[in-house]
Design a protein around this ligand. Structure first.
Ligand SMILES: N[C@@H](CC/C=C/[B-](O)(O)O)C(=O)O
Ligand SMILES: [Mn+2]
Ligand SMILES: [Mn+2]
Ligand SMILES: [Mn+2]
Length: 314
């Protein structure tokens, strides 16, 4: 595996400070060294810088649109470049509004994508359905062809072109979906495995069905957008919007192991790690270590163990 790593220390898609510290926390937990130790080539492109936007007044109830639009335009270019360099892109957030730029940039390099969205939330509110105005609850609405007519003009958002079809999306881990979002998911017929389906089917069947579904016609490159709050807060409490009844650590890792073995993973987002939401160092490290382990699972780490192809027994 060849990995291109981008840090996106950005927090303005939501209200809580601290999530911009995610990239460096995940690096300091040894992500790059661990990926290299398991045989990956890793190029770390460093952390992005984002322009300060003054007087970023809400538009309707959409908060910080200019900062979010500008940051995602830069991220889109960065992800596009990483893909053009031939890597699987790993984007470390930062809040989930960054999926706008990550998926847009990925689609610029690989036009036909499937999206696996692992999250307690659907993040598919439009600017007009959002109850909070926080853009980290809206990213998918800007990206989906079938919702384009429902998106109003927003400053610094005109560069965004819908790039994903509803039929190419699968959600896993849902358990806190707004009524307006549930209507959109139903209307568009978007495939979703909520925690109810995870309980009913088991994670192995969920992943088998997910891959059958996204590969049903053409085998499209996978964009895996992983919100750490998909995991149960007992594992990952240090996040902005924790929701009880989440994925176990084992289920979370199984998802990444299964996606890895498809050989179709093309980009990963790992977002919403927020150290300020951890009440103890242990809560922060549990959250950060889970994020690292999930990414390592995406790139070949196996719980059965691994050994390099060229290993020679002494
Ligand atoms: N549906 C809520 C929650 C959003 C959660 C966003 B997250 O999944 O990125 O944490 C909203 O629209 O504000
Ligand atoms: Mn999210
Ligand atoms: Mn979430
Ligand atoms: Mn979150």
């Amino acid at each position: 595996h060849s990995v291109g790593l981008i840090g996106a220390p950005f927090s303005k898609g939501q209200r809580r400070d601290g999530v911009e510290k995610g990239p460096d926390l995940i690096r300091s937990a040894g992500l790059v060294e661990k990926l290299r130790a398991q045989g990956c080539a890793v190029k770390d492109y460093g952390n992005m810088t984002f322009e300060e936007v003054a007087n970023d007044e809400p538009v309707g109830n959409v908060k910080r649109p200019r900062a979010v639009g500008s940051a995602n335009q830069r991220l889109s270019a960065a992800v596009h470049a990483v893909k053009n360099d031939g890597h699987t892109c790993v984007m470390l957030g930062g809040d989930h509004s960054l999926a706008i730029g990550s998926i847009q940039g990925h689609a610029a390099a690989k036009k036909d994508l499937s999206v696996v969205w692992v999250d307690a939330h659907a993040d598919i509110n439009t600017p007009l359905t959002s109850l909070t105005g926080n853009i980290h609850g809206q990213p998918m609405s800007y990206l989906i062809h079938e919702l384009h007519s429902k998106i109003p003009v927003l400053p610094n958002f005109s560069w965004i072109k819908p790039c994903v079809s509803a039929k190419d999306i699968v959600y896993i881990g849902l358990r806190d979906v707004d009524p307006e979002e549930h209507h959109i998911l139903t209307l568009l017929g978007i495939k979703g495995y909520s925690m109810t389906e995870v309980d009913r089917l088991g994670i192995a069947k969920v992943m088998e069905e997910t891959c059958d579904y996204i590969f049903s016609k053409v085998k499209k490159p996978i964009h895996l957008s992983y919100d750490i709050d998909a995991l149960d807060p007992s594992i990952s409490p240090a996040t902005g919007t924790p929701v009880v009844g989440g994925l176990t650590y084992r289920e979370g890792v199984y998802i990444t192991e299964h996606i890895c073995q498809t050989g179709m993973l093309s980009a990963v987002d790992m977002v919403e790690v927020n150290p300020k939401r951890g009440r103890t160092e242990d809560e922060i490290s549990s959250t950060v270590n889970a994020a690292v382990d999930l990414i390592c699972g995406c790139f070949g780490k196996r719980r059965e163990g691994n050994h390099s192809a060229d290993y020679k027994m002494p």
